[in-house]
Design a protein around this ligand. Structure first.
Ligand SMILES: [Zn+2]
Length: 119
């Protein structure tokens, strides 16, 4: 059953802040090269459910491989709190790093392994 809630989140230093509406019922733990190194845990939302409140000018874009995903991170503290990309069918999707949301009990999350390494 969907359990959609409003969350706030952002980077470590506070320059990058956002609001997001999401269901944390299933969180993706990807094993690709960048997710492994970052330790990111992901949920995916549509642009209507995401609002960047601060930090547009502080974001640095990192791209690699096919360059379809914008792995944005804060130029001041280096934390990648969200990424922008396209879902299946080309629609814009925002990937939220659940570790960067405020007040979330990370130990209570149900993790869904994703084999990004072998895509
Ligand atoms: Zn920061």
């Amino acid at each position: 059953m969907p359990d959609t809630k409003n969350y706030t989140g952002g980077c470590h230093c506070g320059q990058v802040r956002y609001d997001v509406t999401a269901d944390l019922g299933s969180v993706v733990a990807c094993n690709c090269s960048i997710c492994t190194k970052r330790g990111a845990l992901w949920i995916f939302v549509t642009p209507e459910n995401f609002a960047l409140r601060a930090g547009t000018d502080d974001l640095v874009d990192y791209q690699f491989n096919k360059k379809v995903i914008h792995h944005l991170f804060c130029g001041q503290c280096g934390v990648g709190s969200f990424s922008r990309g396209q879902g299946p069918g080309g629609a814009e999707m925002i990937a939220i790093n659940v570790r960067c949301l405020d007040g979330v009990d990370l130990t209570a999350l149900k993790l869904q392994p994703f084999d990004g390494k072998n895509l």
